[in-house]
Unconditional design. Structure first.
Length: 376
């Protein structure tokens, strides 16, 4: 279903582009044919980029994934800018309706403006997406937190998305940044890879070098299920990471306790691996605070009802491509940063990688360092 919807959207975007950049701007049949062939070729490239990497593997896919996803980024912003320019086009429709020369001039001017703007925005977004992730530091006051845990620091990393465009060097950089932050615990909240362990296991290997006082805990994201979640669970366990499959662990500081729980992603329902918050929290002392790892922010409603103090999530990429974050906000209660649902804090990281176009606009990649404090 996803591929069908994605294909339909890609086709509609290219049809709109053909209308505004080819049909409206050309006078001769020859140039219209050239433009039409170019638009069709680019549409086929995007379709191949969206569908073939899982079949061909990352090493082969990278040869067409780079140009395909880069074009997809330019395509997105061409459509956005052209849609914005529909407003002045609509306002001037009567004054240019009978003047073919002015109509052609306006169409070509709009095409040039859209092309320059889309290329510039995309280029800036590529620099952001491929650059060093931000290290975001956030203080979170936790009710019931024993003073012994004041200053407890959690590194939150999500949506690494190893695949055709991001490999081992990406993982090494993240590990180095987390280790330099000197944290108490590392929380990986899903979407590590877009491919199998056989294809991307070497790229994930640096995760074995993560250092923190209490270890690294992880939960599944939706992309784990697309890539074969059980093989990745086994591999991460081999690398020394602790999997929280609807379970919890307890961190102690003397007599003080802090529960760390984790649930599987909601996508697991289709793979006989559904999230079970009740199981994750069963048997715990309700007087102790609890931090929950859950890939999607939408899981916070259940967390708030269960009295969770802090939920750590990813999935949204912070919207990744402005203004797409408005669409994300329709499906998720939090898109980026710290928010609150009843008495439960929700923290959503932008993620350390990207999905699809290697472009981030208005949502830079990040690793978040959350410092827990005593809520007065």
């Amino acid at each position: 279903m996803f591929l069908v919807v994605a294909a339909a959207v890609v086709v509609l975007m290219h049809l709109y582009l053909w209308k505004r950049l080819v049909s409206d701007t050309t006078r001769t049949a020859r140039w219209r044919r050239v433009g039409t062939v170019a638009v069709i070729a680019l549409a086929v490239l995007v379709a191949a980029t969206l569908t073939l990497p899982r079949r061909l593997g990352p090493e082969v896919a990278q040869w067409f994934a780079w140009p395909g996803y880069l074009w997809f980024g330019v395509l997105f912003y061409l459509v956005v800018v052209l849609l914005v320019l529909e407003l002045p086009r609509f306002a001037l429709r009567r004054t240019v309706a009978t003047d073919e020369g002015r109509r052609l001039f306006l169409a070509r001017s709009a095409a040039v403006v859209a092309g320059v703007a889309a290329t510039g925005i995309t280029a800036s977004g590529v620099v952001s997406a491929l650059g060093t992730p931000e290290l975001r530091r956030v203080s979170v006051p936790i009710r019931r937190l024993d003073p012994a845990f004041a200053g407890f620091r959690i590194a939150v990393v999500s949506d690494i998305h190893l695949g055709p465009l991001l490999g081992r060097s990406h993982t090494e950089r993240l590990v180095r940044m987390i280790n330099e932050a000197d944290v108490d615990l590392v929380a990986m909240v899903g979407d590590l890879a877009d491919g199998t362990v056989a294809e991307l296991g070497r790229a994930a290997e640096p995760l074995r070098d993560l250092v923190s006082r209490e270890g690294t805990f992880f939960v599944t994201g939706n992309h784990e299920y697309y890539s074969g979640h059980q093989q990745w669970i086994t591999e991460l366990d081999r690398l020394g990471l602790h999997y929280l499959r609807n379970t919890r662990d307890t961190i102690t500081r003397g007599s003080a306790r802090l529960d760390v729980a984790g649930v599987t992603d909601v996508t697991g329902r289709s793979f006989d691996d559904a999230p079970d918050l009740a199981a994750a929290l069963s048997g715990r002392d309700g007087a102790d605070p609890v931090v929950l790892l859950a890939h999607q922010p939408v899981q916070v409603d259940s967390a708030a009802a269960a009295g969770v103090d802090l939920q750590l999530s990813g999935h949204t990429h912070g919207g990744q491509l402005y203004p797409f974050h408005h669409v994300v906000a329709l499906a998720q209660p939090g898109v980026s940063g710290l928010s609150q649902v009843d008495d439960t804090w929700l923290y959503v990281t932008n993620g350390a990688g990207f999905w699809g176009p290697p472009v981030r606009v208005g949502a830079p990649p990040d690793i978040s360092i959350l410092e827990l404090g005593v809520r007065r």
